[in-house]
Ligand binder design. Structure first.
Ligand SMILES: Cc1cc2nc3c(=O)[nH]c(=O)nc-3n(C[C@H](O)[C@H](O)[C@H](O)COP(=O)(O)O)c2cc1C
Length: 207
């Protein structure tokens, strides 16, 4: 995998069953290299999002991004983050705000959060393939995002994604550095995969 992500910034998932390395290599670091992301790579990230599946192909996703090369735009997104997130996320060269369109053309509520999640899933996996890392954050102020980013009614910003090239954990505050280096963990399959009915564990799902 070293061709995709270098040794710095890697924390592959200790998967219990074989999974694609683009999935095992995705994680959410807080350390970023002081290096801009090329425009063509940004295009590929949004192109990957574009080709996600969505309910009735309604594609209810939107993305507002800013790079550090445009400090005023960047500062507007940064300002939406809570203090803890802003501390480390300000080192990321790119911030992205995924925004869901809530209603379809007939004013009916659509499954847009699911669809937007599909698109972001594509984006973060495409990022791994390009040697980039992403860190999604729910810790931001939705009202501020609406106001500062001119997001109209009927649209909801659901997160902020910090993205860039991986950096050294040594660039982080010691507490965050410790988290950066901590092992990754997940529930076991038998806790959330059921065969046939709720809570009926699949016989081979135990890991
Ligand atoms: C929707 C969403 C919101 C999140 N919010 C935050 C956040 O506000 N701050 C933060 O440091 N990490 C946040 N995370 C990152 C998660 O903590 C992280 O994905 C989780 O611990 C699993 O780690 P991994 O992504 O490295 O596998 C968020 C992740 C997602 C998907």
């Amino acid at each position: 995998m070293s061709s995709i992500v270098g040794a710095i910034g890697r924390k592959p998932a200790p998967a219990a069953h074989p999974i694609h390395e683009l999935i095992s290599e995705r994680w959410s670091p807080r350390a970023f290299a002081d290096r801009p992301v090329e425009a063509e790579k940004l295009h590929s990230l949004f192109e990957a999002a574009r080709w996600a599946a969505s309910t009735s192909n309604l594609q209810p996703w939107n993305f507002i991004f800013a790079t550090r090369e445009h400090p005023e735009e960047y500062a507007r997104i940064l300002e939406t983050l809570n203090e803890n997130n802003a501390k480390w996320a300000q080192a990321a060269p790119v911030l992205v705000v995924p925004v869901a369109k809530l209603y379809d053309f007939a004013g009916r509520e659509q499954n847009s959060l699911y669809d937007l999640g599909m698109a972001v899933g594509n984006l973060v996996i495409q990022a791994v393939s390009l040697g980039l890392v992403t860190h999604q954050m729910g810790g931001f102020d939705t009202n501020k995002a609406h106001e500062l980013l001119n997001i109209p009614e009927g649209y909801v910003p659901v997160s902020v994604i910090a993205l860039g090239y991986p950096g050294s954990p040594d660039s982080l505050h010691p507490v965050l550095r410790e988290r950066e280096l901590a092992p990754r963990s997940r529930k076991s399959l038998d806790e959330f995969v059921f065969e046939g009915q709720w809570r009926q564990a699949a016989p081979d799902a135990n890991v």
